[in-house]
Design a protein around this ligand. Structure first.
Ligand code: NDP
Length: 348
């Protein structure tokens, strides 16, 4: 049995040296037997961008608690219950929720109570519960349908559009009857956007000669109604210059900022074109999905038929084995993942 720990706080880009695969101690049977705790065998782990801010020193944190160096990394995952002291969960049940980067985890309250039981009868890949049926899917739903206030016929732009969240925002926008364009960092991803996810147009932001404003102008001659923001920085500046009057920007994430060093943050001059917010009366709103948890059952009821009937598809990038997890996570910040990055441990 093994586990992955964070070795030290991260400044700048994370590397494999910041994490370590170690043998795990024997399962703490006493902790597992405590009322409200669950012992699980982890089957699938999720790599998510928010894990990088958790690797920063606690004083740099935003809304999540920092990881503690020397302890096991935690994140979303899918697991099978081995033993349960929690009413409603029994050995053999499949669950999704916050677990550890290790073969076996003892999940204690309050996280044990937040585990979601998977219905095997839905017949979907278990890894989907870390993606389209889990946190990223729900983020796309809440962020697009609630924060963006979209209407049929509007123009929508999505950045990091082939990723875990972006590929779904694009599809949800198309289902709603919007005109949707995405940006991504490779030709392979751009092809996926158009041919697999049904975006009306897409471009590789690394191949626009630095002229993102022009790239957007070409695709949105009359402007953008809705921007689903995943990256920040230069892309946001270019979007602001291309927004329509009364446009909406949902700030989901700013991945281009997560690995800036303290010096780079200090030197940062800030986002240009902010006067557009006033002149165009734009609503720009940040959000985090946990604030909307009560809508999760509504989301599942809405998305499951779309998946089963093929109107929503999902692309995953699967790394095999716990030893592959650190590189898979790091890859997110270099755009190596094509689709939702997951790590498969074992089949149930
Ligand atoms: P992705 O699957 O999209 O993976 C990250 C992608 O970001 C990479 O593949 C890469 O794609 C792109 N990227 C990485 N670095 C940069 C950079 N410097 N500039 C531009 N693009 C970059 O991740 P998710 O879909 O899981 O997350 C997308 C965003 O949503 C993140 O900002 C994340 O923090 C946020 N998020 C917010 C939540 C909330 O509740 N608010 C919940 C979940 C996610 P490419 O090749 O296209 O560059």
């Amino acid at each position: 049995s093994r586990r992955v720990i964070l070795k030290d706080y991260v400044e700048g880009y994370p590397t494999e040296e910041h994490m370590e695969l170690l043998p795990a101690a024997d399962v703490d049977e006493a902790a597992a037997a405590e009322e409200g705790s669950v012992l699980v065998k982890n089957l699938c782990l999720s790599c998510d961008p928010y894990m990088r801010p958790k690797m920063a020193r606690p004083q740099e944190q935003w809304y999540t608690e920092a990881y503690v160096p020397g302890t096991t990394i935690t994140g979303f995952g899918v697991a099978q219950v081995v033993r349960s002291s929690l009413p409603g969960l029994a050995a053999g049940d499949l669950v999704s929720g916050v677990t550890g980067w290790e073969d076996y985890s003892v999940i204690k309250p309050p996280f044990a109570g937040q585990l979601t039981k998977i219905r095997p009868e839905d017949g979907l890949p278990l890894s989907y519960y870390t993606g389209v049926l889990g946190m990223p899917g729900f983020t796309a739903y809440v962020g697009f349908h609630r924060i963006c206030s979209p209407k049929a016929g509007e123009t929508v732009f999505v950045s990091a559009a082939s990723g875990a969240v972006g590929q779904l925002v694009g599809q949800f926008a198309r289902l709603m009857g919007c005109y949707v364009v995405g940006s991504a960092g490779s030709k392979e991803k751009v092809d996926l956007l158009i041919n697999k996810f049904g975006f009306h147009d897409a471009f590789n932001y690394k191949e626009e000669g630095g002229d993102l404003t022009g790239a957007l102008k070409k695709r949105f001659p009359d402007g953008i109604d809705v921007y689903f923001e995943n990256v920040g920085g230069k892309m946001l500046e270019a979007v602001l210059a291309n927004m329509k009057v009364h446009g909406r920007i949902a700030v989901c994430g700013l991945i281009s900022q997560y690995n800036l060093t303290a010096g780079e943050k200090e030197a940062d001059v800030g986002v240009r074109n902010l006067t557009s917010l006033v002149s165009k009366r734009i609503r720009m709103q940040g959000f985090i999905e946990p604030d909307h948890k009560h809508l999760y059952p509504e989301y599942m009821a809405w998305v499951l038929p779309h998946i089963k009937e093929g109107r929503v598809v999902y692309v995953e990038d699967v790394a095999d084995g716990l030893d592959a997890a650190p590189a898979a996570l790091i890859g997110l910040y270099h755009g190596r993942n094509v689709g939702k990055q997951v790590v498969r441990l074992t089949a149930p």
